[in-house]
Design a protein around this ligand. Structure first.
Ligand SMILES: [Zn+2]
Length: 277
């Protein structure tokens, strides 16, 4: 699923093609994805795009006096259509048409957690309420350096109300870069590993955003291999050459290097351990 780097670079590309353009129409193609009822999407017509930005894993299209938020979740993707199309591909959610600019088609190929969008007034935050700080905010630094969070680091990093924008892919890569176990806890870390975690978080996300800036167009279903170790179970660790291990955790796969991250220990699969009890 797209995380901070993919969405940050996508927001930049959308700003490039849409800024200053007026909405021609918002063609609602899948009804359950629209999460707001107060404002009819027809009200978007004629509004001018001031810019597109990202907050957490949300795209934010500023259309004064309105705003559109888009959350792609697991399987949501974006086509930037130049020239605009009028097809309705399977899983289509909404097509935003603009005067003299490409159309934006939001579509969905997931079945589990679906793409969603909101039409709000400027200043209304809707689903952004309660999101944690961005990884580059001072508040995140404060949290990592002074926090007493007792959850496993992999959970801590992915929890959007703790820090916004990181999913399981970059959580794997960040912990590998920091040489920390996915099961370690912030509360038991000294100052040095905390600083390492903070720096690794920012470094991994910055490097990934730079790579994403090479992409053109929207976000395709297969976004390519963006990760250092995530999705690389069984392959050699790029740092030490040891075979990367994985563990099933909260129904997701966590990949790690037993030499770099867990002091040589192979972590028990918790589902498996429960079965064996
Ligand atoms: Zn390693």
């Amino acid at each position: 699923m797209p995380e901070l780097p993919e969405l940050e670079a996508l927001a930049e590309r959308m700003t490039d093609v849409l800024q200053g353009c007026a909405v021609e129409s918002a063609d609602v193609l899948g009804f359950s994805a629209l999460k707001t009822f107060e404002i009819n999407p027809e009200e978007l017509e004629g509004k001018i795009v001031a810019g597109v930005s990202r907050r957490g894993k949300y795209l934010d299209i500023s259309l004064p006096p309105l705003r559109v938020l888009i959350h792609l979740s697991q399987g949501g993707r974006v086509d930037i259509e130049a020239p605009p199309k009028s097809t309705k591909p399977r899983g289509s959610v909404v097509r935003l048409r603009f005067d003299g600019a490409p159309s934006i088609l939001i579509k969905e190929f997931g079945t589990e957690r679906k793409a969603a969008w909101w039409v709000l007034r400027e200043g209304e935050i809707g689903p952004l309420e309660g999101l944690g700080p961005e990884p580059f905010d001072d508040a995140f630094e404060e949290l990592v350096m002074r926090g007493t969070d007792r959850r496993q680091l992999h959970t801590f990093l992915r929890h959007q109300r703790t820090v916004a924008g990181i999913g399981r892919g970059f959580a794997d890569d960040i912990l590998h870069a920091a040489k920390l176990s996915p099961y370690a806890k912030l509360s038991s870390l000294d100052e040095d590993p905390r600083r390492t975690l903070l720096n690794a978080t920012r470094k991994v996300l910055t490097a990934a955003t730079e790579r994403e800036r090479e992409r053109t167009g929207g976000l395709p279903p297969k976004m390519g291999d963006r990760f250092t170790i995530h999705n690389h179970f069984g392959e050699p660790c790029p740092r030490c050459g040891t075979k990367l291990e994985h563990v099933s955790y909260e129904s997701r796969e966590v990949v790690y290097c037993p030499v770099c991250q867990t002091g040589g220990k192979v972590l028990a699969d918790r589902r498996m351990s429960r079965l064996l009890k």
